[in-house]
Design a protein around this ligand. Structure first.
Ligand code: ADP
Ligand code: MG
Length: 321
């Protein structure tokens, strides 16, 4: 099967959101009037971002999902995606499963695959996602204000526990194994939550590199310091070693939950959103003006119930650290 048959069979699908989809030199799209485009790209490399024996259907889902998560974190509505992939071989079975996972995620979140590039090489998957957000309304990292509550969705840390289980570094209780591995391999981007937060939140980020690291980006970019209360953090999974679970929650990657800040006047509204969307939202701390000492202490402080600072060694994933 040649390159063009491969694209036609596995990737070219109807593109109702585009004026022109795959097949020409470029795709053509028309944004809605008054909208800005939010554009992001994320690459998944075998051995770095996923284990070599990852189920291709999960991989197809996740390749798209991690990009939609970035759109969600901006409060953008996902509309169009492009897929650039290099493949060691045109393995029909693998490709069919990968494409099924990818198209499943696209369908679920209402995006069209409008183009891409397909070459031979080491397995490498790169999606570019494009969404829309009303002009001036995107949830940026630099938008947090002093006095804002800090919130986190869902149960961050499970993906890191799932990875530890798969790599044999940890034996999770049976009740948690499936869930943690599912969070790692088929994360659900918080698209609806991102849209609902648009009028309420001041800043947002998705937790792909770990809560402390990613919240640190928000604090730095906003010129603030984040103060997290240990006793307000999400419940840890029962039956898992507490220190391990806490480390996964604070510093584990690959969760794709949203961390956001909002004024305390929005607590009630956020409670309604949590109930409507059936997503737990945890109020875990506050944004404060950065003290003169913030350079030394870092952008995120973790405080015990007595207000004492807890040192936390590992600060999330950095490919070049
Ligand atoms: P060009 O040589 O003009 O760059 P290509 O031969 O790379 O075009 O691709 C042909 C068409 O197929 C283009 O419209 C491109 O966007 C689309 N395409 C290529 N790979 C993919 C893919 N994996 N998924 C969706 N569309 C693809
Ligand atoms: Mg090309």
């Amino acid at each position: 099967m040649g390159e063009f048959d491969l694209i036609a069979r596995h990737f070219a699908r109807a593109t109702p959101q585009a004026l022109l989809g795959p097949g020409d030199d470029c795709a053509l799209v028309r944004p809605e009037p008054g909208m800005e485009l939010a554009i992001t790209t994320d690459m998944l490399v075998e051995g770095t971002h996923f284990l070599p024996d990852t189920d291709p259907r999960d991989l197809g889902w996740k390749t798209l999902a991690v990009n939609l998560s970035d759109l969600a974190a901006m409060g953008a509505r996902p509309r169009w995606v492009l897929l650039a992939l290099s493949l060691p071989a045109a393995d029909e079975t693998w490709l069919a499963a990968f494409a099924e996972g990818l198209h499943g995620c696209a369908r679920e979140f209402g995006v069209d695959l409008i183009g891409g590039d397909t070459t031979r090489g080491p397995l490498n998957l790169c999606v570019t996602a494009i969404g829309e957000v009303p002009a001036g309304r995107a949830l940026r990292r630099d938008g947090a204000q002093a006095g804002d509550d800090i919130w986190i969705s869902g149960q961050p840390g499970l993906a890191a526990l799932g990875l530890a289980q798969l790599q044999g570094r940890l034996q999770l209780p049976a009740a948690w194994q499936t869930l943690c591995i599912k969070r790692l391999q088929a994360p659900r981007p918080r698209v609806q939550l991102g849209l609902a937060l648009r009028p309420l939140a001041h800043a947002a980020i998705d937790i792909s590199d770990g809560l402390l690291a990613d919240l640190g980006h928000v604090a730095r970019r906003s010129g603030l310091q984040a103060r997290l209360a240990l006793n307000q953090l999400p419940r840890l999974p029962e039956g898992v070693d507490r220190a391990t679970a806490l480390d996964a929650l604070l510093a584990g990657g690959d969760d794709y939950e949203l961390c956001f800040t909002a004024p305390s006047s929005q607590r009630l509204a956020l409670g309604c959103i949590a109930a409507d969307l059936d997503i737990p939202l945890w109020r875990i701390g506050k944004m404060e003006a950065a003290e003169a000492s913030a350079d030394a202490t870092g952008p995120v402080l973790l405080l015990d119930p007595d207000g004492q600072v807890i040192e936390w060694a590992r600060l999330g994933y950095d490919h070049f650290a």
